[in-house]
Design a protein around this ligand. Sequence first.
Ligand code: ATP
Ligand code: MG
Length: 739
Amino acid sequence: MAEYLNQLNDTQRQAVETTEGPVLVLAGAGTGKTRVLTTRFAHILLSGKAYPNQILAVTFTNKASKEMSERIAQLIERPVEGLWLGSFHKICAKMLRMHAELVGLASNFTILDTDDQLRLIKQIIPAYGIDTKTTPPQLILGTIQFWKDKGYTPENLSLTERNNSEKAQIATIYTEYQKRLQQINACDFGDLMLHMLTIFNQHSEILHKYQRYFRYILVDEYQDTNTIQYLWLRLLAQKSDMPANICCVGDDDQSIYSWRGAEITNILRFEQDFPGATLIRLENNYRSTPEILGAASGLIQMNTQRLGKTLRAANSTLQGEKVTISSVWDSDDEARLICEQIIKLHQEGYRYGDMAILMRTGSQTRPFEERMIALGLPYKIIGGVRFYERAEIRDVIAYMRVVAQPADDLALERIINVPRRGVGPAALQKIHQIRRELTIPLSDAVDYLLIHQGLKGKIFNELTQLMNHFDQTRKKIEQDGHINAIEYLLDICGYMDMWKHDPAPDATGRLENIKELFHAMAEFPTLLEFLEHISLIMDNDELSGDDKINLMTLHAAKGLEFNTVFLPGWEEGLFPSQRTMDESGNNGLEEERRLAYVGITRAKQRLFISHAANRQLYGSWQTSIPSRFIEEIPNQFTKIVSYFKQSQSYNAQQNRFKEHRYSQQSTLTHSTAYEGSKSTSIKKPYTPPKTKSIPVGSRVFHQKFGYGIVTGVEQNKLEIQFDKSGIKNVIDSFVTLES
Ligand code: ATP
Ligand code: MG
């Protein structure tokens, strides 16, 4: 048997070798689903069933695509090119470049980011008299994206959507938004798929070409495909004259994108869509220790909406450590503790790159970043667009976009007055007016005004120069290459000087960032390819590179694995999020629990969960109680450690409590009202009989009920007025003294 098949168990091998006909692999975390797909790709090639570019492989992370192409290169002993391998968006962007004219775009179209999308929406709104208080641009954009994820173009928006008066207004804007995108030769993320779906539906010859071309289709993380992705896949896979050689792998317990339109029913429908499908279940988890797996399985069993699967540790004799659950005072302490643990593990020989901190929300990274910067620990943020979000980077990219694509209005608008060229709002309005009247791109409107003397004085001179610089740069690209040309442009139009003369302390850093951008650009043969890369970096999850601690959201961590995983912020209101706690029904909460399951199952050897008793949210301190998910983990797999220090400054705590009490007033009132009937039983503080030295009036913390004040003591029993849980009687050894 070929060596690569030897590295699989029997069921995995079956999934690899059943190349013909539809196959669905439904299995829990770490059972080798992604490994099956990678090996299957290799197997199809090595058994001569298809060429590399005849396989369509949709992966969720760049890491998975990278691993697949490395594996392929290794097997066929040469580098591979032209693979149809990557995320749905990446693959659709590649296709759309070839057929753009069919949806009214040129092949060098720009892919807009959220910022640009919002700018465009804001440009459109005024003409429709929309009240942005009740219908903010974000809501409009969100609705449009939702429709796009469902596969609705403005033309085929369902009647139910149109008949709803509020939606009808947004539908009108949607139509205008698509028109504007076309005018500026751009599309947004959702369009990449939507346009391809339109093309497939309207041009059957193109669809047939791809159907014949892709002999095999592989899809990872199938549980998270949304409607449009599903429709797109189904069109490609369901052929009238050939069997559908499609293999999808997924895990219903890891479905975490329903908020972005993912439909778990796609998995359930697979066998209907593809009759005669082979269903394969994998049950051995090769990733995690029995303790980590036990914790994950115990937790996910609390969900009711499950298909139900068996999952066991492949090597159950291997004993690992218990999952550590740490209680800390506040989010800064949490960052301090986790950094200490990281340093310790690193001293024991573990790589930074094999450790990850996974968070519920992106904004939780701040205390960790600050701490790591202070300690000089190397870290990277995965999945964010931090670098590319910086103002100077966005400016430079806007310059590049105008060069590559003169019709890119949004890019031109961003830099037309950066550095200052005297183009104020009035001048800009004038240019826009011409643009609207003549329905031409913004840059043509500038040219028009320059020719017809519509602009005068300084603005005239500056803009004439700027437009000339753009023209020169376009020519220069052909002679000197894109890097030299862009460098030249930034110099000649004064952009670099603007930062060089800026007295602000961070100006040097900005110049360095621009240098860094040129490094990145050097890896791409053309400007267009580089700009394409930038647009796709939005869902970037590159993990390559140096030995650095990985910081990312739980959503971005899907499919990945690390030796050691830290899961901070397991507090009610943060995780599960307040929104899912407030909403009726269990859907949101179950999705949060699946997210917790995804987080736990990323760990191979060590897992640290933590919760802080105080967290700064929206600028004020709030007390929080441990997440219900902590309690739901069977305690034979956990050990609980409290890091509350007796020495913690009493005053600091008092101040913080004053602050948070203020911000929590409504909650407190609420809980008092709820516990009202019991309030008569509160004993007045009096000189307490001595027990475990916890006197009446003490501030204490209880693992389950959170913070409270001792209101009564009877031997080893305490009566406590908890901040959030009302009055309870508890045994004194279950509480820790706070002050
Ligand atoms: P997830 O649901 O988290 O995406 P997955 O099912 O895709 O997980 P993989 O990432 O493919 O799982 O595999 C998990 C780990 O187990 C990887 O390190 C992989 O190399 C290893 N593994 C998979 N199958 C085997 C096997 N048969 N023998 C040894 N190791 C294996
Ligand atoms: Mg996987």
